[in-house]
Ligand binder design. Structure first.
Ligand code: NAD
Ligand code: DAU
Length: 352
């Protein structure tokens, strides 16, 4: 079996659902269930004996030792993290605690477990760390996309904490020989995306008749990767990645934020027109920019394509249509996740 951490969050839950849909190998899913973790997402696995959910923290060494010796996974995929840049600006402490200290503790628990494995299991074992393109900093309009050899220049508390975790993972390989792999991917989007992030926030605010907040001039560029493509890339890296290597994962879909928001508005105009006959783009509102806002991210994913034969299946146009349709079809899920703590966050961040 494999062990996934953070498998009740956006990417982790998509990965768990995809993994079990694509094969027979069981998954132990360890998640702390922070505001971003949601068991509703995994409700289709309620009676599936191949999914074992454990409520806990990656930094809890006692729990990890017990869990590893009981389930004896052949691989660990570490998704668990605090992931939202804006929250890291309001309060960086949880980011240091989970992303840095938590990853350190997880590496130590893994090392102890791995050291005691029989030789054949030790050789086959993998620790796959899920990271971000944000560790490379920001690009100007004409710069080449980020390669794996780019210098780390993180700019936000979030990206700095992820950069630190990447360095720890690298060092545990170099010093202790732990068989690690790291992926650095661009902005994911798709089903079960928590609506604090741009795409789901805009879809839900549009439907609720609320403002669609654009930070600054809206000309910041992100590369967008459909989450299921990310899941297939992770499966491929786990299967065939070279130990100690890092792989960039991207969608070849650079868009300005304003373009993304206009695309969503146009899709909603088609799929769920406003009752007053006006376009959703009327709800676009320019708000104060994010402090230290990175201007552009772009990913060069050729290493993954050339070495491991992976390419994304979705274009932005196909993926965003599926995503908007998913949110229209799954309003129960969104009602559940947008209560209580979520309202407190939006009130604090966007004001009344
Ligand atoms: P998310 O915030 O949706 O989910 C994170 C999950 O981790 C939640 O279920 C949360 O409960 C869990 N968690 C948090 N702290 C934990 C702890 N101490 N122990 C155990 N579980 C804990 O995040 P996501 O968007 O799914 O991102 C997953 C990973 O991918 C993160 O490492 C993130 O940095 C990385 N990443 C995300 C994106 C993106 O666009 N979302 C892009 C690049 C990289
Ligand atoms: O690049 C990968 C990263 O992508 C991941 O490592 C992070 O975990 C993930 O959250 C995401 O970070 P971003 O900051 O790029 O994503 P977010 O959805 O928060 O914002 C996308 C862009 O949209 C960014 O330029 C900020 C802008 N934005 C965001 C929000 C929430 C707005 O203009 N208005 C908003 O209300």
């Amino acid at each position: 079996m494999i062990l996934v951490t953070g498998g009740a969050g956006f990417i982790g839950s998509n990965f768990v659902l995809d993994w079990l849909a694509n094969g027979n190998e069981a998954v132990v899913n360890l998640d702390k269930l922070t505001y971003a973790g949601n068991l509703d997402t995994l409700s289709s696995l309620k009676d599936n004996p191949k999914h074992i959910f454990i409520h806990g923290d990656i930094g809890d060494r006692e729990l990890m030792a017990r869990l590893l010796s009981t389930h004896r996974p052949r691989a660990i995929i570490n998704f668990a993290a605090e992931s939202h840049v804006d929250r890291s600006i309001h309060g960086p402490s949880d980011f240091i605690q989970t992303n840095v200290v938590g990853t350190f503790n997880l590496l130590e628990s893994t090392r102890a477990y791995w050291n005691d494995l029989p030789e054949v299991d030790k050789t086959a074992f993998r620790f796959l760390h899920i990271s971000t393109d944000e560790v490379y900093g920001t690009l100007d309009a004409h710069d080449a996309p980020f390669c794996e050899s780019n210098r780390y220049e993180p700019n936000s508390p979030y990206s700095a904490s992820k950069a630190a975790s990447d360095h720890l993972v690298r060092a545990w390989h170099h010093t202790y020989g732990l068989p690690v792999l790291t992926t650095n991917c661009s902005n994911n989007y798709g089903p079960y995306h928590f609506p604090e992030k741009l795409i789901p926030l805009v879809i839900l605010n549009a439907l609720a008749g609320k403002p669609l907040p654009i930070y600054g001039d809206g000309q910041q560029v992100r590369d967008w990767l459909f989450v299921k493509d990310h899941c297939s890339a992770i499966r491929r890296v786990l299967e065939a990645g070279q130990l100690g290597e890092t792989y960039n994962v991207g969608g070849w879909n650079e868009k300005t934020n304003l373009d993304v928001v206009h695309t969503i508005c146009t899709l909603l105009d088609e799929l769920r027109p406003r009752a007053d006959g006006k376009g959703y783009a009327e709800q676009i509102t320019y708000v104060t920019d994010r402090p230290g806002h990175d201007r552009r991210y772009a990913i060069d994913a050729r290493k993954l394509e050339h070495h491991l034969g992976w390419k994304p299946a979705e274009t932005f146009e196909t993926g965003i249509r599926k995503t908007v349709q998913w949110y229209l079809d799954n309003q129960d899920w969104t009602h559940h996740v947008t209560s209580g703590q979520y309202r407190e966050w939006t009130a604090k961040h966007y004001g009344a």
